[in-house]
Design a protein around this ligand. Structure first.
Ligand SMILES: [Zn+2]
Length: 126
């Protein structure tokens, strides 16, 4: 197994997509074994950060009792894996294109993925 790059769980503003060298499966959040075939040979690639918002929910009670309500989204990255993150855009809804940003969260200021509606590129045809 190659040395993985660091992601947001290590304080870096990055989502990593891991690809199994044996079966080609993609997953999110580094782990030693491929969840499909068990291989330890994989490559970590930083995700571009864009994807399709598939769900949004609101938590009215949080584990630490702070910052409620909290909006969370599931976003299917363009690279394949589905990622859960905060939402910092009141307009983000299922079916929208979303893009990740990284924001400090909680009393200890931990960097977490947070999604907003992706704005169309200037000059693009809609
Ligand atoms: Zn595999």
């Amino acid at each position: 197994m190659r040395t993985p790059e660091l992601d947001w769980t290590h304080g870096e503003s990055t989502l990593l997509v891991i690809t199994c060298a044996r079966c080609g499966n993609h997953w999110y959040l580094p782990q030693v074994h491929c969840p499909v075939c068990g291989s330890v040979n994989s490559d970590a690639t930083p995700a571009a950060g864009g994807g399709l918002c598939v769900a949004v929910t609101r938590l009215h009670v949080t584990a630490d009792g702070q910052d409620a309500p909290v909006r969370l989204a599931l976003v299917e990255l363009d690279e394949g894996p589905v990622v859960m993150g905060r939402v910092h855009d009141a307009d983000l809804a299922p079916g929208d294109r979303a893009h990740v940003d990284f924001r400090l969260d909680g009393p200890n200021g931990v960097l977490v993925p947070s999604f907003a509606k992706e704005m169309p590129q200037k000059g693009s045809v809609s």
